[in-house]
Design a protein around this ligand. Structure first.
Ligand SMILES: O=C(O)CCC(=O)C(=O)O
Ligand SMILES: [Fe+2]
Length: 344
């Protein structure tokens, strides 16, 4: 078995990140580098998040998804200009045209309505749409703040793993379009062939995922789907498109999917991103004659372009001409193993 033909995920304890012991930090960064290069997915322990935050998030999500459809549609994502709110079953269609069997509630950094980027029409930045459920905003907001702080520490570990100074990327994260999704996969015994979520890579730097049940599968270098069961107390972390690009493909944005669920399932990915306007291009140390630099991208435009191609309400705005894709927009599945397969 070569390292890229992994059959399980590495586990990395990140408690040394942000600490005072540079050697322990460097060992953590080295472990992150191996995991990012050989697998693109890992379990992260030692993150320090209190269990009550997960419990509060799950309770809030359970209450929200149990509300009647009409009530959830009061915060329908298509009512927002910055991609926040309720995503009903069937709204999202991934590459390969699988209609996912899931509903979601999407939020991100909760900016004031007076934020200049929001007022200027940025499609990803601005305020959240909050449902009128007592305690929802408090519990979900507390989780968001805590997981984003873990993400900032992890970014320092990945920066060092890429050969940068640990704080070398911090200045790129001042107002990031880092989205938290509350995803509910209902159990449907009738569904014969529905995937929970079609195969894809994540569009940001990396993802911190908390799930309640098995179902996630990741593709290894041989194209074989590997099960990723939840590990209690650990985050599942995966490399996204931006880190694949910074490393010119040395780190892999590993394709993943959720197969048809055998039980009701909740999942909570936090997609950690850099600021909307960040120009991401391969770092020079990853470029040589055998590895020519891939074209760069604007982080937020990439996120928006990918999102706009997979959400029905945005595709309708594109078709209706009220919305335009950025000029640099790539097709879906331009990263990860699927892209490698397409390239032959
Ligand atoms: O539900 C999961 O386990 C993964 C969800 C996911 O991959 C995503 O939302 O991007
Ligand atoms: Fe994903």
């Amino acid at each position: 078995m070569t390292a890229r033909n992994f059959t399980s995920l590495p586990v990395v304890d990140i408690s040394a990140l942000g600490g005072r012991d540079p050697e322990a930090r460097a060992r953590t960064a080295a472990a992150l580098r191996v995991a990012a290069r050989d697998v693109g997915f890992l379990y992260v322990t030692g993150h320090g998040m209190a269990p009550a935050l997960f419990d509060g998030l799950l309770a809030a999500a359970t209450e929200f998804f149990a509300r009647p459809h009409d009530e959830k549609m009061q915060v329908y994502i298509g009512r927002s200009s910055n991609h926040r709110g309720y995503v009903p079953v069937g709204e999202e269609v991934f590459y390969g045209a699988s209609k996912d069997l899931k509903e979601a509630y999407d939020l991100a950094l909760d900016l004031p309505a007076a934020d200049p980027d929001y007022l200027a029409g940025n499609p990803m930045l601005g305020p959240n749409q909050w449902p009128a459920l007592p305690g929802f905003r408090e519990r979900v907001g507390a989780y968001y703040d805590a997981v984003l702080a873990v993400g900032r520490r992890l970014l320092q570990g990945f920066a060092e793993a890429m050969g940068e100074a640990p704080d070398g990327l911090d200045h790129l994260v001042t107002k990031p379009p880092s989205q938290l999704r509350l995803v509910h996969y209902p159990f449907n015994p009738e569904a014969k062939d529905a995937t929970g979520i079609g195969a894809h890579t994540d569009y940001e730097c990396f993802t911190l995922l908390h799930v309640t049940a098995p179902g996630l599968e990741v593709m290894n270098g041989a194209g074989v789907w590997i099960d990723v069961p939840p590990m209690p107390g650990a985050f599942v972390v995966n490399i996204g498109d931006m880190m694949e690009l910074w490393t010119n493909g040395a780190f892999v944005a590993t394709s993943h999917r959720v197969r048809k669920v055998k039980e009701e399932r909740y999942s909570f990915p936090l997609f950690f991103n850099v600021d909307y306007g960040t120009e991401v291009e391969p770092l020079p140390r990853f470029v040589d004659a055998d590895h020519p630099a891939r074209p760069g991208l604007i982080a937020g435009e990439h996120l928006f372009a990918q999102t706009a191609q997979s959400f029905t309400y945005l595709r309708q705005r594109l078709e209706g001409g009220t919305l335009k894709l950025p000029e640099t927009a790539l097709a879906l599945s331009s990263f990860g193993q699927e892209a490698r397969k397409k390239a032959g």
